[in-house]
Design a protein around this ligand. Sequence first.
Ligand SMILES: [Zn+2]
Ligand SMILES: [Zn+2]
Length: 433
Amino acid sequence: MPTKSQPKIKRSFQTAKGMRDILPEDQAYWEKIRKVIRNLTRTYGFKRIDTPILEDKDLFVKGIGAYTDIVEKEMYTLRTKGGEKLALRPEFTPAIMRAYLENGLSSLPHPVMLYSLGPIFRYERAQKGRYRQSYQANFEIIGENDPILDAKLIQLFFSISKEIGLKEIITQINSIGCSRCRPAYRRKVVSFYRSRKKQLCVDCQRRLQQNPLRLLDCKESKCMQIAAQAPQTIDYLCEDCNGHFKNVLEYLDELEIPYILNPYLVRGLDYYTKTVFEFWPEEEEGRQIALGGGGRYDNLIKLLGGKDTPSVGFAMGLDRMINLMKAREIKVASKNRPLIFLVQLGELSKKRSLGLFEELRRAGLETASSFSRDTIKSQLRIANKRQARLALILGQKEALDETIIIRDMVSGSQEVVPLAKVVKEVKKRLKNN
Ligand SMILES: [Zn+2]
Ligand SMILES: [Zn+2]
């Protein structure tokens, strides 16, 4: 027996800060978006992959970059009893690449197209629409350099949005160059900001040494004013990056996808190269949280120990998409299947109802019951509350006669039918309505 006495304080529990429950009433939205993603990824040729929520902490430090907000401030880390240092995934991409390398997916024909659905965790400042556990759909096309894939991923986002009823969305796009042209650009940025260091916010003063490109997308107004004068990446792209970016934009034009060039978009993660993009609702562009975003990461797999494997991907925030659906009053048609309510009285009919339940279920009929209520009247009251279409009443007499009463819950009319024919009779009545 444990010697510690239980604390006598009476308390109630709540979700941890920044966490929330997704209640039954909201599930129709989640089902809808997941279904759309499953259908579209299939037609686009993606295969699903699920990776663990917990990974080696260093995978993210190395993959995302030590001097990023995610790694510095937002990642949930823990040390196991065995001493391993793990992290709750703050995003999918490094984990997917780890799985790609570990499971030999590199021997498959390329490009390898993978998608995932699941939660990610970030210790963010709690504010409206930001959750510390949020849900993402993540898409990766691994192993090809072709700019048409960048455009195709952007198209996929728009296909998903359209299918769930979201229009008036705009893509912000930029190219941040490659390992050949970025160093020169980076030097330009550093020298531009060095002379203005005192005017920067505290975070930016610190970032100037470690991750100077982050200064371009700081949301502090004083930093934004300075960024407006800063050198722009697209003026420093090498021929290869320039051609790649031009092609991406041409394909977007061809697909009639709305986009604007945002020279300050850098996405803040170390692994991006060339194309970076974000999706915003038109009415709140750049203001709060993007609906999704991604880009090309031609060096990531090599960085994680694989071969040079150019790749491109993006993630979509499902919470954000659903919140926008609600804000724009988009209805999700929840299929209201007619409910059958089974009322039983007495031990024999209770026994009979077990087989009947199974029979109705096999016929595809949604059936409910309330076994703990003992009077027919109280059971019918529950049937009414649950808006059942029909009630099937199996009393002591009916159980003996092998009959059952079908009650229309709308009109109140009742009819006795043989128990053996009940499924047929129920179907007939549902069809007539
Ligand atoms: Zn380049
Ligand atoms: Zn700043």
